[in-house]
Design a protein around this ligand. Sequence first.
Ligand code: HSE
Length: 407
Amino acid sequence: MIKIAILGFGTVGSGVYEVLNKNRIEIAHNAAEEIEVKYIVDIRDFSGTEVESLVTKDFSVVESDPEVSIVVETIGGARIAYDYTKRALLAGKSVITSNKELVAKHGLELISIARERNLNYLFEASVGGGIPIISPITQCLTGNELDEIYGILNGTTNFILTSMVQDGASFEDALKEAQKRGYAELDPTADVEGIDAARKICILADLCFGKNVNPDSVGRKGISSVTLADVEYARRLGYKIKLLGRAYKMPLGRIAAYVAPHLISKTSLLSNVDGVMNGIVVHGNAIGECMFYGAGAGKLPTASAVVADIIDAVKHMKSRKYLGWDEAEEGYVVPASELVSRWYVRTGSGLKAIGEAFGDLRLISYPGEYPGAGPGEYAFATPEMSENELDEKLAGMDVRSKFRILD
Ligand code: HSE
Protein backbone atom coordinates (compact mmCIF):
# COMPACT_ATOMS: atom_id res chain seq x y z
CA MET A 1 0.00 0.00 0.00
CA ILE A 2 1.38 3.38 -1.09
CA LYS A 3 0.27 6.38 0.98
CA ILE A 4 0.11 9.78 -0.60
CA ALA A 5 -0.81 13.36 0.34
CA ILE A 6 -2.58 15.91 -1.84
CA LEU A 7 -1.54 19.53 -1.30
CA GLY A 8 -4.31 21.91 -2.37
CA PHE A 9 -7.86 20.60 -2.76
CA GLY A 10 -9.08 22.91 -5.53
CA THR A 11 -10.18 21.94 -9.03
CA VAL A 12 -7.20 19.70 -9.84
CA GLY A 13 -6.57 18.33 -6.32
CA SER A 14 -10.19 17.26 -5.88
CA GLY A 15 -10.11 15.83 -9.41
CA VAL A 16 -7.12 13.67 -8.46
CA TYR A 17 -8.98 12.40 -5.39
CA GLU A 18 -12.04 11.64 -7.53
CA VAL A 19 -10.06 9.75 -10.20
CA LEU A 20 -8.15 7.75 -7.56
CA ASN A 21 -11.48 6.63 -6.08
CA LYS A 22 -13.39 6.19 -9.32
CA ASN A 23 -10.66 4.08 -10.99
CA ARG A 24 -9.32 2.43 -7.82
CA ILE A 25 -9.27 -1.10 -9.24
CA GLU A 26 -7.63 -0.18 -12.59
CA ILE A 27 -5.09 2.06 -10.85
CA ALA A 28 -4.13 -0.64 -8.32
CA HIS A 29 -3.72 -3.09 -11.19
CA ASN A 30 -1.60 -0.68 -13.28
CA ALA A 31 0.60 0.39 -10.36
CA ALA A 32 0.71 -3.14 -8.89
CA GLU A 33 -0.02 -1.42 -5.54
CA GLU A 34 -3.03 0.01 -3.71
CA ILE A 35 -2.79 3.81 -3.49
CA GLU A 36 -4.35 5.55 -0.51
CA VAL A 37 -4.74 9.27 0.16
CA LYS A 38 -3.61 9.71 3.77
CA TYR A 39 -3.72 13.51 3.95
CA ILE A 40 -5.15 16.49 2.14
CA VAL A 41 -3.41 19.75 3.01
CA ASP A 42 -5.59 22.82 2.52
CA ILE A 43 -6.22 25.92 4.61
CA ARG A 44 -9.95 25.90 3.83
CA ASP A 45 -12.66 24.28 5.93
CA PHE A 46 -13.93 20.94 4.68
CA SER A 47 -16.00 19.97 7.73
CA GLY A 48 -19.10 18.00 6.84
CA THR A 49 -17.58 16.73 3.59
CA GLU A 50 -16.38 13.18 2.85
CA VAL A 51 -12.73 14.28 3.06
CA GLU A 52 -13.05 15.98 6.47
CA SER A 53 -11.00 13.36 8.32
CA LEU A 54 -8.10 13.60 5.83
CA VAL A 55 -7.72 17.38 5.86
CA THR A 56 -4.98 19.18 7.75
CA LYS A 57 -3.80 22.77 7.49
CA ASP A 58 -0.32 21.78 8.67
CA PHE A 59 2.11 20.61 5.98
CA SER A 60 4.67 19.51 8.57
CA VAL A 61 2.35 16.59 9.45
CA VAL A 62 2.94 15.25 5.93
CA GLU A 63 6.60 16.21 5.90
CA SER A 64 7.34 14.25 9.06
CA ASP A 65 5.23 11.18 8.28
CA PRO A 66 7.55 8.44 6.92
CA GLU A 67 4.53 6.49 5.65
CA VAL A 68 3.87 9.11 2.97
CA SER A 69 6.09 8.41 -0.02
CA ILE A 70 4.41 10.56 -2.69
CA VAL A 71 3.17 14.13 -2.43
CA VAL A 72 0.84 15.60 -5.06
CA GLU A 73 1.21 19.37 -5.31
CA THR A 74 -1.85 21.03 -6.85
CA ILE A 75 -1.65 24.32 -4.97
CA GLY A 76 -0.42 26.41 -7.90
CA GLY A 77 1.78 29.50 -7.78
CA ALA A 78 5.49 29.53 -7.05
CA ARG A 79 5.60 30.58 -3.39
CA ILE A 80 3.99 28.11 -0.94
CA ALA A 81 4.10 25.39 -3.61
CA TYR A 82 7.86 25.92 -3.98
CA ASP A 83 8.44 25.75 -0.23
CA TYR A 84 6.33 22.59 0.24
CA THR A 85 7.80 20.86 -2.83
CA LYS A 86 11.36 21.47 -1.71
CA ARG A 87 10.58 20.33 1.82
CA ALA A 88 8.80 17.20 0.56
CA LEU A 89 11.79 16.27 -1.64
CA LEU A 90 14.25 16.95 1.18
CA ALA A 91 12.11 14.71 3.40
CA GLY A 92 12.57 11.89 0.85
CA LYS A 93 9.18 12.02 -0.86
CA SER A 94 8.60 12.02 -4.62
CA VAL A 95 6.49 14.93 -5.86
CA ILE A 96 3.92 15.02 -8.66
CA THR A 97 2.61 18.37 -9.86
CA SER A 98 0.36 20.13 -12.34
CA ASN A 99 1.99 23.48 -11.49
CA LYS A 100 3.49 24.96 -14.67
CA GLU A 101 4.51 28.21 -12.98
CA LEU A 102 6.64 26.33 -10.47
CA VAL A 103 8.16 23.92 -13.00
CA ALA A 104 8.94 26.72 -15.48
CA LYS A 105 10.55 28.92 -12.80
CA HIS A 106 12.19 26.42 -10.44
CA GLY A 107 12.09 23.09 -12.30
CA LEU A 108 15.87 23.00 -12.78
CA GLU A 109 16.54 23.29 -9.04
CA LEU A 110 13.72 20.95 -7.94
CA ILE A 111 14.73 18.27 -10.46
CA SER A 112 18.31 18.46 -9.25
CA ILE A 113 17.20 17.96 -5.63
CA ALA A 114 15.07 14.99 -6.73
CA ARG A 115 17.99 13.57 -8.76
CA GLU A 116 20.42 13.77 -5.82
CA ARG A 117 17.98 11.84 -3.64
CA ASN A 118 16.88 9.30 -6.27
CA LEU A 119 13.31 10.66 -6.13
CA ASN A 120 10.79 11.49 -8.83
CA TYR A 121 9.63 15.01 -9.64
CA LEU A 122 7.02 14.48 -12.38
CA PHE A 123 4.84 17.10 -14.10
CA GLU A 124 2.96 15.60 -17.07
CA ALA A 125 -0.15 17.69 -16.16
CA SER A 126 1.77 20.97 -16.25
CA VAL A 127 1.50 21.21 -20.06
CA GLY A 128 -1.53 20.33 -22.18
CA GLY A 129 -3.77 19.28 -19.22
CA GLY A 130 -4.69 15.66 -19.91
CA ILE A 131 -2.68 15.33 -23.15
CA PRO A 132 0.35 13.05 -22.89
CA ILE A 133 3.17 15.31 -24.12
CA ILE A 134 5.98 15.26 -21.53
CA SER A 135 6.31 11.46 -21.68
CA PRO A 136 6.31 11.32 -25.50
CA ILE A 137 9.02 13.99 -25.67
CA THR A 138 11.15 12.36 -22.99
CA GLN A 139 10.59 8.75 -24.07
CA CYS A 140 9.05 8.01 -27.44
CA LEU A 141 10.75 10.79 -29.42
CA THR A 142 14.23 10.60 -27.88
CA GLY A 143 15.64 8.97 -31.03
CA ASN A 144 15.15 12.31 -32.83
CA GLU A 145 16.93 15.58 -32.98
CA LEU A 146 13.96 17.86 -32.29
CA ASP A 147 14.03 21.26 -33.96
CA GLU A 148 10.64 22.82 -33.30
CA ILE A 149 7.64 22.58 -30.98
CA TYR A 150 4.56 24.77 -31.12
CA GLY A 151 0.92 24.62 -30.26
CA ILE A 152 -2.25 25.83 -28.66
CA LEU A 153 -1.19 25.58 -25.03
CA ASN A 154 -3.93 27.47 -23.21
CA GLY A 155 -7.49 26.14 -23.05
CA THR A 156 -9.04 29.32 -21.70
CA THR A 157 -7.85 31.57 -24.55
CA ASN A 158 -8.69 28.92 -27.13
CA PHE A 159 -12.17 28.64 -25.59
CA ILE A 160 -12.55 32.45 -25.73
CA LEU A 161 -11.31 32.77 -29.34
CA THR A 162 -13.52 29.86 -30.45
CA SER A 163 -16.62 31.33 -28.73
CA MET A 164 -15.94 34.72 -30.35
CA VAL A 165 -15.57 33.18 -33.82
CA GLN A 166 -18.27 30.52 -33.70
CA ASP A 167 -20.95 32.09 -31.45
CA GLY A 168 -20.16 35.81 -31.74
CA ALA A 169 -19.75 35.84 -27.93
CA SER A 170 -18.16 38.87 -26.31
CA PHE A 171 -14.69 38.45 -24.85
CA GLU A 172 -16.04 39.07 -21.30
CA ASP A 173 -18.88 36.51 -21.55
CA ALA A 174 -16.59 33.87 -23.01
CA LEU A 175 -14.04 34.45 -20.21
CA LYS A 176 -16.76 34.18 -17.53
CA GLU A 177 -17.92 30.87 -19.00
CA ALA A 178 -14.32 29.54 -19.07
CA GLN A 179 -13.93 30.51 -15.39
CA LYS A 180 -17.26 28.85 -14.51
CA ARG A 181 -16.04 25.63 -16.15
CA GLY A 182 -12.82 25.67 -14.10
CA TYR A 183 -10.47 26.25 -17.06
CA ALA A 184 -9.10 29.67 -16.16
CA GLU A 185 -6.31 30.48 -13.73
CA LEU A 186 -7.32 32.31 -10.50
CA ASP A 187 -6.09 35.50 -12.14
CA PRO A 188 -7.29 35.30 -15.76
CA THR A 189 -4.56 37.77 -16.84
CA ALA A 190 -2.18 34.80 -16.83
CA ASP A 191 -4.33 33.12 -19.49
CA VAL A 192 -5.38 36.15 -21.53
CA GLU A 193 -1.94 37.78 -21.70
CA GLY A 194 -0.13 34.57 -22.62
CA ILE A 195 1.73 34.18 -19.30
CA ASP A 196 0.40 30.65 -18.75
CA ALA A 197 1.27 29.61 -22.33
CA ALA A 198 4.76 31.14 -21.91
CA ARG A 199 5.39 28.96 -18.84
CA LYS A 200 4.28 25.90 -20.80
CA ILE A 201 6.43 26.62 -23.86
CA CYS A 202 9.42 27.03 -21.49
CA ILE A 203 8.83 23.55 -20.04
CA LEU A 204 8.47 22.07 -23.53
CA ALA A 205 11.61 23.85 -24.77
CA ASP A 206 13.53 22.73 -21.65
CA LEU A 207 12.68 19.12 -22.42
CA CYS A 208 12.96 19.22 -26.23
CA PHE A 209 16.26 21.07 -26.39
CA GLY A 210 17.82 20.07 -23.04
CA LYS A 211 18.64 23.47 -21.53
CA ASN A 212 16.80 25.83 -19.24
CA VAL A 213 14.61 28.50 -20.80
CA ASN A 214 13.68 31.18 -18.30
CA PRO A 215 10.05 32.44 -18.60
CA ASP A 216 11.38 36.02 -18.47
CA SER A 217 13.26 35.44 -21.74
CA VAL A 218 10.12 34.46 -23.64
CA GLY A 219 8.50 37.18 -25.79
CA ARG A 220 4.80 37.34 -25.07
CA LYS A 221 1.65 38.79 -26.64
CA GLY A 222 -1.83 37.70 -25.49
CA ILE A 223 -5.25 37.76 -27.12
CA SER A 224 -6.59 41.04 -25.70
CA SER A 225 -5.46 42.83 -28.88
CA VAL A 226 -7.35 40.46 -31.22
CA THR A 227 -10.51 42.07 -32.66
CA LEU A 228 -13.47 40.66 -34.57
CA ALA A 229 -12.13 42.57 -37.61
CA ASP A 230 -8.88 40.54 -37.38
CA VAL A 231 -10.92 37.33 -37.15
CA GLU A 232 -12.90 38.34 -40.29
CA TYR A 233 -9.82 39.33 -42.33
CA ALA A 234 -8.05 36.10 -41.34
CA ARG A 235 -11.13 34.19 -42.54
CA ARG A 236 -11.00 35.95 -45.92
CA LEU A 237 -7.40 34.77 -46.35
CA GLY A 238 -8.34 31.19 -45.41
CA TYR A 239 -6.83 31.38 -41.91
CA LYS A 240 -7.96 31.25 -38.26
CA ILE A 241 -6.41 33.22 -35.39
CA LYS A 242 -4.98 31.04 -32.63
CA LEU A 243 -2.72 31.84 -29.68
CA LEU A 244 0.43 29.75 -30.13
CA GLY A 245 3.44 29.07 -27.96
CA ARG A 246 6.45 28.24 -30.13
CA ALA A 247 10.07 27.22 -29.52
CA TYR A 248 12.42 26.92 -32.46
CA LYS A 249 16.01 25.82 -32.87
CA MET A 250 18.06 28.64 -34.38
CA PRO A 251 21.59 28.47 -35.89
CA LEU A 252 24.49 27.80 -33.46
CA GLY A 253 22.28 25.75 -31.13
CA ARG A 254 20.38 28.76 -29.86
CA ILE A 255 16.63 28.80 -29.16
CA ALA A 256 13.87 31.29 -29.92
CA ALA A 257 10.73 30.95 -27.78
CA TYR A 258 7.64 33.14 -27.74
CA VAL A 259 3.86 33.28 -27.36
CA ALA A 260 1.68 35.27 -29.77
CA PRO A 261 -1.54 35.15 -31.78
CA HIS A 262 -0.90 33.65 -35.25
CA LEU A 263 -2.88 33.22 -38.44
CA ILE A 264 -2.90 29.51 -39.16
CA SER A 265 -4.27 27.92 -42.32
CA LYS A 266 -7.80 26.49 -42.10
CA THR A 267 -6.48 23.37 -43.80
CA SER A 268 -4.04 22.63 -40.93
CA LEU A 269 -5.01 20.15 -38.20
CA LEU A 270 -4.15 22.72 -35.54
CA SER A 271 -6.71 25.22 -36.85
CA ASN A 272 -9.45 22.74 -35.95
CA VAL A 273 -8.34 22.51 -32.33
CA ASP A 274 -11.26 24.45 -30.87
CA GLY A 275 -12.86 25.17 -27.49
CA VAL A 276 -10.83 24.15 -24.46
CA MET A 277 -8.83 21.62 -26.47
CA ASN A 278 -5.07 21.97 -26.88
CA GLY A 279 -2.94 20.79 -29.79
CA ILE A 280 0.83 20.48 -29.79
CA VAL A 281 3.02 19.85 -32.84
CA VAL A 282 6.55 18.48 -32.45
CA HIS A 283 9.03 18.33 -35.33
CA GLY A 284 11.95 15.90 -35.30
CA ASN A 285 14.49 14.79 -37.90
CA ALA A 286 13.24 11.19 -37.93
CA ILE A 287 9.52 11.42 -37.09
CA GLY A 288 8.86 14.56 -39.16
CA GLU A 289 5.76 16.26 -37.78
CA CYS A 290 3.76 14.71 -34.95
CA MET A 291 0.67 16.21 -33.33
CA PHE A 292 -0.85 15.67 -29.87
CA TYR A 293 -4.46 16.65 -29.23
CA GLY A 294 -6.76 16.60 -26.21
CA ALA A 295 -8.37 18.44 -23.31
CA GLY A 296 -5.91 21.13 -22.25
CA ALA A 297 -7.63 22.12 -19.01
CA GLY A 298 -10.39 20.99 -16.68
CA LYS A 299 -10.70 18.95 -13.51
CA LEU A 300 -10.71 15.33 -14.66
CA PRO A 301 -8.50 15.64 -17.79
CA THR A 302 -5.77 17.29 -15.70
CA ALA A 303 -6.29 14.76 -12.91
CA SER A 304 -5.88 11.99 -15.50
CA ALA A 305 -2.30 13.16 -16.16
CA VAL A 306 -1.52 13.63 -12.44
CA VAL A 307 -2.74 10.14 -11.58
CA ALA A 308 -0.67 8.62 -14.40
CA ASP A 309 2.40 10.32 -12.87
CA ILE A 310 1.50 8.92 -9.43
CA ILE A 311 1.41 5.43 -10.95
CA ASP A 312 4.72 6.11 -12.71
CA ALA A 313 6.29 7.23 -9.44
CA VAL A 314 5.05 4.06 -7.73
CA LYS A 315 6.66 2.00 -10.48
CA HIS A 316 9.90 3.98 -10.18
CA MET A 317 10.27 3.88 -6.40
CA LYS A 318 13.68 2.21 -6.44
CA SER A 319 15.25 3.80 -9.48
CA ARG A 320 13.95 7.23 -10.39
CA LYS A 321 12.57 8.06 -13.79
CA TYR A 322 15.01 10.25 -15.68
CA LEU A 323 13.50 13.62 -16.50
CA GLY A 324 15.40 16.87 -16.64
CA TRP A 325 17.52 19.44 -18.39
CA ASP A 326 20.68 21.46 -17.83
CA GLU A 327 21.61 25.04 -17.05
CA ALA A 328 21.83 27.19 -20.22
CA GLU A 329 24.78 29.37 -21.17
CA GLU A 330 24.43 33.15 -21.60
CA GLY A 331 22.77 34.04 -24.93
CA TYR A 332 21.15 30.60 -25.39
CA VAL A 333 17.67 32.13 -25.83
CA VAL A 334 17.51 34.71 -28.61
CA PRO A 335 14.66 37.10 -29.45
CA ALA A 336 12.03 35.65 -31.78
CA SER A 337 12.24 38.88 -33.79
CA GLU A 338 15.00 37.17 -35.84
CA LEU A 339 12.50 34.51 -37.03
CA VAL A 340 11.24 34.96 -40.58
CA SER A 341 7.55 34.57 -41.57
CA ARG A 342 4.81 36.25 -43.57
CA TRP A 343 2.84 38.82 -41.57
CA TYR A 344 -0.75 40.00 -41.33
CA VAL A 345 -1.05 43.73 -40.65
CA ARG A 346 -4.08 45.96 -39.93
CA THR A 347 -3.35 49.66 -40.12
CA GLY A 348 -5.02 53.04 -39.99
CA SER A 349 -2.39 54.50 -42.34
CA GLY A 350 -3.32 55.19 -45.96
CA LEU A 351 -2.38 53.52 -49.26
CA LYS A 352 0.52 55.92 -49.88
CA ALA A 353 2.30 54.89 -46.65
CA ILE A 354 1.58 51.18 -47.26
CA GLY A 355 2.85 51.39 -50.87
CA GLU A 356 6.03 53.26 -49.88
CA ALA A 357 6.86 50.69 -47.21
CA PHE A 358 5.87 47.45 -48.95
CA GLY A 359 5.52 48.15 -52.69
CA ASP A 360 2.79 46.25 -54.47
CA LEU A 361 0.57 44.30 -52.03
CA ARG A 362 -2.80 42.60 -52.30
CA LEU A 363 -5.12 44.22 -49.74
CA ILE A 364 -7.47 42.08 -47.67
CA SER A 365 -9.78 44.94 -46.72
CA TYR A 366 -10.60 48.54 -47.65
CA PRO A 367 -11.95 51.28 -45.37
CA GLY A 368 -15.71 51.16 -44.89
CA GLU A 369 -16.43 47.73 -46.38
CA TYR A 370 -16.45 45.80 -43.08
CA PRO A 371 -18.75 47.31 -40.41
CA GLY A 372 -16.67 46.00 -37.49
CA ALA A 373 -13.44 47.70 -38.65
CA GLY A 374 -11.97 50.93 -37.28
CA PRO A 375 -12.09 54.15 -39.38
CA GLY A 376 -9.84 54.36 -42.46
CA GLU A 377 -8.54 50.85 -41.90
CA TYR A 378 -6.64 48.59 -44.34
CA ALA A 379 -5.45 45.02 -43.78
CA PHE A 380 -2.83 43.17 -45.81
CA ALA A 381 -0.40 40.23 -45.73
CA THR A 382 3.33 40.77 -46.31
CA PRO A 383 5.96 38.57 -47.97
CA GLU A 384 8.39 36.67 -45.67
CA MET A 385 10.53 38.83 -43.41
CA SER A 386 11.79 38.98 -39.82
CA GLU A 387 9.95 41.03 -37.22
CA ASN A 388 12.88 43.45 -37.15
CA GLU A 389 12.52 44.05 -40.91
CA LEU A 390 8.74 44.39 -40.56
CA ASP A 391 9.06 46.92 -37.73
CA GLU A 392 11.44 49.04 -39.83
CA LYS A 393 8.86 49.18 -42.61
CA LEU A 394 6.00 49.91 -40.20
CA ALA A 395 7.88 52.70 -38.38
CA GLY A 396 5.71 55.82 -38.29
CA MET A 397 2.58 53.96 -39.43
CA ASP A 398 -0.60 53.56 -37.34
CA VAL A 399 -0.37 49.79 -36.67
CA ARG A 400 -3.47 48.25 -35.08
CA SER A 401 -2.64 44.54 -35.40
CA LYS A 402 0.46 42.64 -36.46
CA PHE A 403 0.37 38.84 -36.34
CA ARG A 404 2.63 36.17 -37.82
CA ILE A 405 1.23 33.89 -40.52
CA LEU A 406 2.25 30.28 -39.93
CA ASP A 407 2.36 28.68 -43.39
N1 HSE B 1 -5.61 28.01 -17.28
C1 HSE B 1 -5.04 26.92 -17.98
C2 HSE B 1 -5.65 26.83 -19.36
C3 HSE B 1 -5.28 25.66 -17.20
O1 HSE B 1 -6.70 27.44 -19.58
O2 HSE B 1 -5.12 26.17 -20.23
C4 HSE B 1 -4.54 24.48 -17.71
O3 HSE B 1 -3.17 24.65 -17.63
